[in-house]
Design a protein around this ligand. Structure first.
Ligand code: URA
Length: 391
């Protein structure tokens, strides 16, 4: 038994001194060995998993999992909940009436074999040391240490047991690690940890200066994901979903064309099966929040930037996110934006919709959105959505 004081001192030492690759490998293996490693060997197709370091409007896992399943590999997704200004996959999926996040291990394996995709809550026995460590990191202000982030994510992912893993590592204002250089370092370390553990791993370093798609909020993001699966949806969500699916298929050794599977409706068929297998109603229409406030453009001009962090903060204040693990989230609250950088808007045109169950949340959200949309002659600091691939 290691006393909290000693563990905290170690975490602080890691924040200041880092860990060399050998130490990091040992540390990550020790975290994995505190729990079980899932055995997916009875699934008769290659298994693949995905992790995103989190962002605003990042609903990519929702269309991605059924899309990859439609291409051939089985997608095993043990997910978490959102904290702070970024949303979590389980929170989004739970806005589908009837859908349940808890799936027993035998049922999990069965669903992987029959449907080819499962998104569910990670059990408490997956790298349990991480939970303990995370709460100590929280109180000792050591959450941000790159080796601690990398080992925390990878211990849980390696314990999840998939053959291959794609990482979507975000940089930008709405990202957990905003700086490109630190994002790249995190991606390289995580890819190294995955490969050393025998999991074929690659990462895409992607832009989170601007929020993804047109919505941030649980049910709103489900609706947008379904639009993508129907062959529509915002171009950036479609682009990133297909790019990650291509990497997942490649890592799984499956020759497939994800773009075609999205267009021909196969991904939608997989989504419906996946939702129904966990009690959800694939035909359900998401509940609409009773209070919707709009923000309009004061002038006719071109949108030069849309700040992901501010939009995420507004969605969180409206009730879409939580500050503490125990907090409930609203399935209907969130933000919809009607313009993206590069679009020209007319004076009086709606820029934002703020959706809330409780109208008293709206003033705080409006405050968070102040300065989120900037106008000018050119798009500020334009960087591609997908900056590079690592691994
Ligand atoms: N997500 C995790 O699972 N762990 C971290 O340390 C940071 C993000």
């Amino acid at each position: 038994m290691i006393a909290d004081e000693q563990a905290s001192a170690l975490l602080m030492a890691i924040l200041f001194r880092g860990l060399n690759p050998r130490e990091l490998g040992t540390w990550t293996r020790a975290m994995i060995n505190t729990g079980i490693r899932m055995d997916l060997s009875s699934v008769d197709r290659p298994t693949v998993d995905k992790h995103s370091t989190g962002g605003v409007g990042d609903k990519i896992t929702l269309p991605l999992c059924p899309l990859v399943a439609a291409c051939g590999p089985a997608v095993s997704q043990l997910s978490g909940r959102g904290l702070g200004h970024t949303g979590g996959t389980l929170d989004k999926m739970e806005s589908i009436p009837g859908w349940r996040a808890n799936v027993a291990e035998a049922e999990y394996i069965e669903q992987l074999k029959t449907v080819g995709a499962v998104m569910c809550a990670a059990g408490a026995d997956l790298a349990p040391a991480d939970r303990k460590m995370y709460s100590l990191r929280d109180v000792t202000a050591t959450v941000e240490a790159i080796p601690l982030i990398a080992s925390s994510i990878m211990a849980k992912k390696i314990a999840g047991g998939a053959d291959a893993l794609v990482l979507d590592v975000k940089f930008g204002s709405g990202a957990f690690v905003p700086e490109i250089e630190r994002g790249r370092e995190l991606a390289e370390i995580m890819v190294g940890l995955g490969e050393a553990a025998g999991v074929r791993t690659a990462a895409l370093l992607t832009n989170m200066n601007t929020p993804l798609g047109r919505t941030a909020g649980n049910g709103l993001e489900v609706t947008e994901s379904v639009e993508v699966l129907e062959g529509g949806g915002p171009a950036d969500v479609v682009e990133l979903t297909i790019a990650l699916a291509e990497v997942m298929c490649e890592l799984a050794g499956v020759d497939a064309d994800p773009g075609k599977k999205l267009r021909d409706g196969s991904a939608m068929d997989s989504w419906r099966l996946m939702v129904a297998a966990q009690g959800g109603d694939p035909n359900a229409v998401m509940r609409r929040a009773p209070h919707v406030e709009t923000v309009t453009a004061g002038e006719s001009a071109m949108l030069s930037s849309l700040d992901a962090r501010k939009v995420g903060e507004a969605a969180w204040r409206l009730g879409a996110g939580r500050s503490r693990k125990e907090d409930a989230v609203s399935e209907a609250a969130g933000v919809v934006w009607h313009a993206v950088p590069g679009d020209t808007v007319e004076a009086g045109q709606v820029l934002f919709e703020l959706h809330a169950d409780d109208p008293q949340r709206i003033p705080d959200a409006l405050e968070a959105l102040e300065g989120a949309a900037e106008f000018g002659d050119s798009v500020v600091g334009e960087l591609p959505l997908i900056l590079e691939r690592i691994g």
